[in-house]
Design a protein around this ligand. Sequence first.
Ligand SMILES: Nc1ncnc2c1ncn2[C@@H]1O[C@H](COP(=O)(O)OP(=O)(O)OP(=O)(O)O)[C@@H](O)[C@H]1O
Ligand SMILES: [Mg+2]
Length: 278
Amino acid sequence: MNKLKIHDVSVVYPAAQGGDPVTALNEVNLTIEQGDLVVALGASGCGKTTLLNLIAGFIRPTDGYLTLGDSRIEGYPRVAVGLDIGDEVTGPGADRGVVFQKHALLPWLNVIENTEFGLKLQGVDKQERRERAAKFLKLVGLEDFHQHKIYQLSGGMQQRVGIARALTNDPQMLLLDEPLGALDALTRESLQELLLDVWRETHKMMFFITHDVDEALLLATRLIVMSPRPGRITHEFELNFNQQFLETRNARQVKSSPEFIAMREKILAIIHGDEIAA
Ligand SMILES: Nc1ncnc2c1ncn2[C@@H]1O[C@H](COP(=O)(O)OP(=O)(O)OP(=O)(O)O)[C@@H](O)[C@H]1O
Ligand SMILES: [Mg+2]
């Protein structure tokens, strides 16, 4: 069974000119298992993106280490030989798909070419990569838009291409950094539903960052709340509002339940308390 483990990880960014070093994360521990949809919530600057970048292998920890299955995620710069525990060492990899806040699609390619791009880099032959890309474009509701250019799509459609592209590589884990932050409320809600469908269908591990408390509560199987300076995980909750959402398909109904409202108040109190203390 796949499992991502973060072991006592700290990240200190070097001092910028005239400033002090920034401790972005301090002794963070987290385990994400198959089927977990972990949502990270916290004020701006508390280290959410830093945590995602570590998992993605874009950066390496100052202290501690990460493992995915039996492999150690070492991050850039890539190290070629095994470390003390002798595990395989990996940087970024197709086993972790990333969806960014603003889509990172290639404007000179059309929708299906963007979606299959990772497979092309891996040398997968054209027919197979077309089939796999088409399968995930269908899953995100874009089966009729294969030939469209990126600029011909709405923001929500562009994010759906980003999600399909990440899924097409068949990653073990999907990492999403505020993927819905720039969308209007209605589109956002429909993509929340889409992501939950994808999660239920693929059973992939997901790590999802948001500023939005309602979104966090609606999506998470596990919610982690982070606080800044230094960034750490201060609270963790097991939730099941996403099951209610998948059953009822009615976000407003779920959000108006007494349990949801009470949990929202609890989380807001934690976040505001942290802000005052910081
Ligand atoms: N490359 C970097 N060099 C120096 N400091 C950095 C770098 N990246 C982030 N930081 C600092 O580390 C801290 C955490 O940043 P990070 O981007 O992880 O926060 P975040 O929780 O994702 O914030 P936001 O919600 O605004 O996206 C911040 O104080 C930020 O200024
Ligand atoms: Mg961020």
